[in-house]
Design a protein. Structure first.
Lengths: 782, 274
């Protein structure tokens, strides 16, 4: 691209604008194909081993997607006739939820009891019309002593209960099915509350979580994106004092976002929680390009150049640096392709595409618009930059203090990096402004957590689950599980069999034990299964040929590390005590526990690769391997310090943060490029010594770096306001890292450069007789 | 008309048809229609029931093959003996042969058109007969996609009806009738039944769950006529659309009028049932 191209823009701005807008419009129309997938499964690739294990378990037993109504009567007593009646009504209404296949509540629990040789199977709560105090006490006593119910369906003290609805989503269009179920559940909740003002209802469960992914993202796009636009308008308006420039920038941003999302739509992307933050990120990153073009243009105009010439010169000066920084930023985002989680791969690709599109627009339609828009600039008297001089004076004069102090500060914060514990608790993916999070928290505080582990214990032979040896193993396992502090509830077939054995012996408590004969167990189960109503069968815990049973373990909302540890303990328990039975552990909680770790390991590869590529580019651009190597320090230190501070204050990392290093690398490298290239230009071209070169770099790019850092940090800080914590954390840590990068570039890099260059002899620059800075070099390379 | 029940009922039970209705069914079969869809539906159902009466008792072997979404299979085998009872639901004896650990278990039920059935189970491992008190008939039978409700005898009183049209299916002209269960413990809001006009045999049934979504579809194959009157399918397949699971039933050794007596259907008979 040469000046002929810029001449063309200057001569035919309208043509460029119309063509670009037409192109953007056509491409952007693809965005209507974009659909949002509100489903936690999107976080897992098709090849994800935990997802495969879980899917196959769901195919063998039945699906576990659910909606949970957590109902708390204000008088703290579930077992009043009025409240039980309301639960009966709620239970019945819940059957009307689309795709519901099972509803479990205190009232429809299938209570079994014996009278001589009669065995009765009926709902625990039949009619509530004339329940005596004794009846109520009996119902409560059965409920809070029933291992199937207590800590899962009803709290031990009987102050809160849950109506749990299992849904079987057809999966034809999850984007419609999930909201449909959520809407129905909310309507039922409203009706319930209208009829029962003396109770509180919280909606929890996987479906409510899935719908929250969509709703959070929609809310974000309704609040965060406009907020970000506002910030852009204010920043450019105030700092650069130009209405036309602000307007043109906003147009470029809109075009970049719209065409990126359009391409996404045409190429079959779908939106997810993480990838829906792409517009905010593109917005943030696109601004920087425009600021560089505008700043240079205004600089030229202040110097008295005509607008036409100013635009031309600005482009000439900025084309290569903007291209270089866009490429490095894109590489950083492309490193997210190494993530194990598809939404982050999508996010990386979308932002990388958006950044490159923004680059193209900033050097084509942006100058074309500036050409036709009215812009006036006062010719400057040249008495500015004094602030920057003060800053560089300070850095240079205090360099002997700054270097060790900064080094110490960097080390002492980075040291907290290992403080970060792995945590992908999906409940915490949402902040406290999200209803689902409040429901999950309330549920955790009052009855049970939402984390679940499912263990399929397999015998490999038909009817094998009735074997006494098998049942004893499962019962031992259940006992062991119940001793674990993080376990709230265990659902196991052995409890049912013990109860049936008791029932079959006239409800004699001494017979509350496992049948000691395979045929007996089989016959009990046959009897029991024949007496159950629709939707309350055992198919969710027994496979078709009864060769395996599934134990469902409800846990407190624990961290991924704790979950991985528990999974490991389970496998070890089976290795030592499993009597040769095979146990398969799976669940969404297990999937999330692994994904963070997986993603961190795979992102290590991705980030290293990005680092190598970027350093190579820098080495070529700066035409010096030495400075390419030195640049590693300011490029890597910000992430290390960022994660250190994060470890100190927050202390958890996961899926969302696993991509931050790669992502920020591409962004912070821009500062380094700008600073080092000016420094080297001063050393090589102007033959200045290290100290003067630092002054030169500050004077030339200091202000631009502050402005772009401010915009970038603001953009990611806006993202940090997302109610979707995965995005919010990513935004906050990225914003922090970007600010740290500037601090490092201003207060650590210059003293380091002076120290290193003095150490290696001041003649270093003289060896390098090439004239020109990064931009020129890059042109030569091309 | 042959209901699911009809086919299956042949094994588990037997229906009695009030003779009074013969006249109206006659009218229907000759296509003279001057009735509401509800009356037509009822008339068709009565005719089906009527055509399948008088077989006294029967027995058959039934093999059930269960499949889950993962493609795993499992087999159950039972023997059914049914006694036709006038003015009430049939009496049925089910003897379980497979899986092996339930072999010898026997189930006796006296079905009633309205209200819970009387039911007893003999558990050989316990050597006891247990009376089971439960109004639940909507749960899966032996883990299959058939509920007890699907397998029990068809009685006209169990439903209200609506004739909704004609449709060609399996190359046969069919009545299509909607049935609405009377029992509030039913697992369904309605069933849609396709009966061929020639013989009133059920060709297909769609089951709608309590929220009125399509839950299951049952189809019958290989109808065979016994005693020159009673049609029984050799095969039936139930597909659950919501879970992707399915169950196939295959009948062999049909026998009618085998001389079973009332005495073969009581608690004591359970223990010696084979």
């Amino acid at each position: 691209m040469g000046s002929r191209f810029f001449d063309f823009i200057n001569k035919h701005p309208i043509w460029v604008i119309v063509t670009s807008l037409l192109f953007a419009f056509l491409v952007a129309s693809g965005a209507q194909n974009l659909v949002f997938k509100g489903d936690y499964r999107v976080f897992f690739g098709d090849e994800n081993p935990e997802l495969i294990a879980f899917e196959s378990m769901q195919n063998v037993y039945s699906k576990t997607d659910n909606v949970a109504f957590v109902v708390a009567p204000k008088d703290g007593n579930v077992f009043s006739p009025e409240h039980l009646e309301s639960l009966k009504v709620l239970t019945k209404a819940s059957w009307q939820i689309p795709y519901s296949t099972r509803v479990d509540s205190v009232t429809n629990f299938q209570h079994t009891y014996a009278e001589e040789d009669d065995m009765t199977v009926e709902k625990l709560v039949l009619s509530t019309g004339n329940l005596s105090d004794a009846d109520l006490a009996k119902i409560k006593q059965v409920a809070v002593n029933e291992p199937l119910l207590v800590n899962k369906t009803v709290s031990p003290s009987g102050h809160v209960s849950v109506v749990n609805v299992t849904v079987q989503l057809p999966g034809i269009d999850v984007g419609l099915e999930v909201p449909e179920v959520a809407k129905s559940a909310r309507e039922i909740k409203e009706i319930y509350l209208a009829q029962n003002p003396d109770a509180e209802v919280y909606l929890s469960g996987m479906v409510m979580m899935n719908t929250s992914f969509t709703e959070s993202a929609l809310e974000d796009s309704a609040t965060l994106v406009p907020l970000m636009f506002l910030i852009v308008v204010v920043v450019i308006g105030v700092l650069l004092r130009t209405i036309a420039g602000t307007f043109a920038t906003v147009v470029i941003i809109i075009m970049s976002i719209a065409t990126t999302m359009g391409v996404a739509g045409w190429t079959g992307f779908y939106l997810t929680g993480p990838s829906s933050s792409a517009p905010t990120m593109i917005l943030t990153l696109a601004v920087a390009d425009c600021i560089h073009v505008l700043t240079s243009m205004f600089y030229e105009m202040r110097q008295g150049a005509s607008k036409e010439d100013a635009i031309k010169r600005s482009l000439k000066v900025n084309l290569q640096p903007i291209f270089l920084t866009s490429v490095t930023t894109a590489i950083g985002f492309l490193s997210m392709n190494f993530s194990d989680s598809p939404p982050f791969r999508d996010l990386g690709n979308l932002v990388a595409l958006g950044v490159m599109l923004a680059f193209v627009f900033s050097v084509t339609v942006f100058p074309a618009m500036l050409r036709v828009l009215p812009i006036r600039v006062k010719v400057d008297d040249g008495s500015k930059v004094s602030n920057m001089s003060k800053l560089s004076d300070f850095v240079v004069s205090k360099r002997r203090v700054l270097l060790p102090t900064m080094a110490l500060a960097i080390l002492s914060t980075s040291i907290f990096l290992p403080q970060n514990e792995l945590d992908d608790d999906f409940v915490k993916y949402f902040d406290e402004t999200v209803d689902f999070r409040n429901a999950a928290d309330f549920m955790q505080d009052n009855i049970s957590g939402m984390a679940l582990i499912e263990v399929s214990v397999e015998t490999g032979e038909s009817s094998g689950i009735n074997n006494p040896k098998y049942l004893q193993t499962v019962a031992d396992f259940t006992d062991w599980l119940r001793q674990q502090p993080e376990v709230d509830h265990v659902n196991t077939i052995t409890d049912t069999l013990m109860r049936l054995n008791k029932n079959m012996h006239g409800d004699d408590a001494a017979w509350y034990k496992l049948p000691d004969d395979q045929a007996l167990s089989a016959q009990y189960l046959l009897l029991y299964e024949m007496s159950l109503p629709y939707g309350l069968d055992l198919n969710n815990q027994l496979n078709v040929d009864k060769s395996a049973s599934k134990i469902s373990v409800t846990l407190k909302n624990i961290t991924s590390n704790e979950m991985l540890y528990l999974e490991d303990s389970i496998n070890k328990w089976f290795a030592n005590n499993g009597r040769g039975y095979n146990a398969v552990v799976a669940s969404p909680s297990v999937m999330f526990a692994h994904i963070g770790q997986r993603s961190i390991y795979s992102m290590l590869i991705g980030t290293t690769l990005a680092l190598l590529l970027i350093s190579l580019l820098l080495g070529i651009a700066l035409k010096s391997w030495r400075y390419g190597l030195i640049s590693l320090i300011p490029n890597l230190v910000p992430a290390a310090v960022g994660f250190g501070i994060w470890g100190l204050f927050y202390g958890y990392v996961g899926l969302g943060l696993s991509v931050v290093v790669g992502m920020t690398l591409g962004i912070v490298v821009d500062d380094t490029v700008h600073f080092l290239s000016k420094y080297l230009r001063a050393r090589r071209e102007k033959d200045l010594d290290a100290i003067d070169a630092v002054h030169y770099a500050f004077d030339n790019v200091g202000r631009a770096l502050i402005v772009t850092t401010f915009v970038l940090a603001a953009g990611f800080a806006v993202l940090a306001q997302s109610s979707f914590a995965l995005n919010a954390d990513m935004g906050l840590l990225t914003a922090m890292t970007i600010v740290i990068a500037l601090v490092v570039d201003f207060f650590f890099l210059p003293p380091l450069l002076i120290w290193l260059d003095k150490k290696s002899g001041s003649g270093q620059h003289a060896k390098n007789d090439s004239v020109g800075d990064a931009q020129v070099t890059l042109t030569q390379v091309k | 008309m042959l209901f699911i029940k009809n086919t299956l009922k042949a094994h588990l039970s037997k229906q009695v048809l009030p003779v009074v209705l013969l006249v109206s069914t006659f009218t229907i079969s000759f296509g003279v229609v001057a009735e509401t869809p509800e009356e037509q539906g009822l008339a068709i159902s009565k005719e089906a029931k009527n055509r399948d009466k008088g077989w006294q008792d029967n027995s058959a072997n039934m093999r059930m093959v269960l499949r889950n979404k993962q493609g795993e299979e499992s087999v159950r085998e039972i023997v059914t003996k049914t006694l036709e009872v006038e003015n009430d639901g049939d009496k049925a004896l089910t003897i379980f042969n497979q899986p092996r650990d339930v072999k010898g278990t026997a189930f006796l039920s006296f079905s009633h058109p309205v209200g819970p059935d009387d039911q007893w189970l003999y558990l050989p491992a316990l050597k006891r007969v247990k009376r089971i008190s439960s109004s639940n008939k909507s749960g899966p039978f032996m883990g299959t996609e058939f509920s007890f409700e699907d397998l029990s005898s068809f009685e006209v009183e169990k439903y209200t009806y609506k004739y909704i049209g004609d449709e060609t299916l399996n190359g046969l002209d069919n009545f299509v009738v909607e049935q609405y269960p009377v029992d509030e413990n039913s697992g369904y809001t309605r069933r849609i039944v396709w009966l061929d006009k020639d013989e009133y045999r059920i060709q297909k049934t769609d089951f709608y769950d309590r929220k009125n979504s399509l839950l299951k579809t049952l189809t019958f194959q290989d109808y065979q006529q016994y005693l020159s009157k009673y049609w029984r399918a050799n095969k039936a397949e139930m597909i659950n659309h919501q879970t992707g699971k399915s169950t196939t039933l295959e009948w062999t050794n049909y026998a009618f009028k085998t001389g079973l007596q009332d005495a073969d259907f009581n608690r004591n008979a359970l223990k010696r049932a084979k």
